[in-house]
Design a protein around this ligand. Structure first.
Ligand SMILES: *Cc1c(COP(=O)(O)O)cnc(C)c1O
Length: 369
């Protein structure tokens, strides 16, 4: 069995976790939480970090903290995990969608400006699979139209855009520390910002909006989205070896690219753009033909090799269509990615021999179709 993801847990993680257990600090009050917030914010180049229960929680808080509410429009990619769209809709806002770029699979930033209206309040970018969104045009639009910029960098710990870290752009950024991310705390997330007031608001929202003047008096609706000391202990340990983690991710991607070099009928991930080298959060492929894709993936599954389909676009989500959202909208690139895109086992725990095995079965199956 070669699963789609195996996380890598080291000795440091065990030592720090034991420290939590030995000292009795297991809740969010423990010292690893602020340590993780400070060290992660500083690594990304931000002033403030607010650690939370998961990446989706970080998005809920980020969206609410900038005051997105009834009838506000937020421009975001249609091709993404559903979390950012849920966060917007929960606040009564309306996601306004943009199609993907055919090569990077990220939001096609040239399509944003025509979606801006008097109701647009923010642009929420999501960096997907390994390449950052082309940020400079987005930053210019946010300045020109006075919009909030929220960056979903859940898959991009340590990735850079023109040598500046992903997660350091815009008013707020969020990260996830789910086990398939570059750094994992089991479940976990963080909001980063340079704005002290926004950081304070995020801290309140994370903690049920407890009031500093009189405990148990509340002036806004918040969540219990706190991160525990146990989770933060893992995060502190993993951050200490982030550079070797990034090298490993890139090596996994490069090896797949090399081994699949002569294969036709699929689109492989772009190794680099003008602004970044692919970090291969996952090793994704897009088949030219949807049925061929299904056939190959079925064969891999029969040989106990795990895969995952690409995201399913927001405009084709039953949950949103039932609410009357995105009806009749079409985004052809995202639709093709969703139907023909799959990713192969590419977690940090994978071994070189396993990658060779995956490719061997992959080529065998593809040659038969
Ligand atoms: C993983 C992920 C999230 C959600 O994070 P969770 O911790 O799983 O809630 C949000 N956005 C993107 C782009 C992700 O990849």
């Amino acid at each position: 069995m070669i699963p789609v993801n195996i996380p890598e847990i080291g000795e440091k993680e065990k030592a720090y976790l034991l420290e939590c257990l030995d000292t009795g600090w297991i809740s969010s009050e423990g010292p690893f939480v602020s340590k993780f917030e400070e060290s992660f914010a500083s690594y990304i180049g931000r002033n403030f970090g607010v650690a939370v229960a998961n990446g989706s929680a970080a998005l809920d808080i980020a969206v609410k903290s900038v005051g997105i509410t009834e009838d506000d429009e937020v421009i975001m990619p249609t091709f993404t995990i559903i979390s950012p769209a849920f966060s917007i809709v929960r606040q009564g806002g309306k996601p306004v969608l943009v199609d993907s770029d055919r090569l990077t699979w990220n939001m096609d930033v040239s399509q944003i400006e025509k979606k801006i209206t008097s109701r647009t309040k923010a642009i929420l970018v999501v960096h997907v699979y390994g390449h950052p969104v082309d940020m400079n045009p987005v930053i210019e639009l946010c300045e020109k139209y006075n919009l909030y910029l929220i960056e979903d960098a859940a898959e991009m710990h340590g990735q850079t855009y023109y040598n500046k870290k992903c997660g350091s752009f815009g008013h707020l950024s969020i990260f996830s520390f789910y086990p398939n991310k570059h750094i994992t705390t089991g479940e976990g997330g963080m909001i980063l910002t340079n704005d002290e007031k926004l950081a304070g608001k995020c801290r309140e929202l994370r903690n049920l909006c407890f009031n500093s003047k009189r405990r148990f008096v509340h002036e806004d609706i918040g969540w219990n989205y706190r991160m525990t000391n146990l989770q933060a202990a893992l995060g502190v340990a993993q951050l200490e070896r982030i550079e070797s983690i990034l090298i490993k991710k890139r090596n996994i991607g490069k090896l797949y690219n090399e081994l699949l070099e002569d294969v036709e009928g699929i689109q492989k991930p772009l190794p680099a753009t003008a602004y970044s080298d692919n970090v291969y959060w996952v090793y994704g492929l897009v088949f030219n033909d949807e049925q061929h894709g299904h056939h190959v993936i079925q064969k891999l599954s029969e040989n106990k090799i795990g895969t995952r389909p690409f995201f399913w676009s927001m405009h084709e989500q039953p949950v949103f269509n039932q609410q009357g959202l995105f009806l009749g909208e079409s985004y052809p690139v995202a639709e093709q990615l969703a139907r023909c895109g799959w990713y192969l086992p590419s977690g940090l725990g994978i071994k070189e021999e396993e990658i060779r095995t995956v490719v061997k079965f992959f080529k065998k199956a593809l040659n038969k179709v």
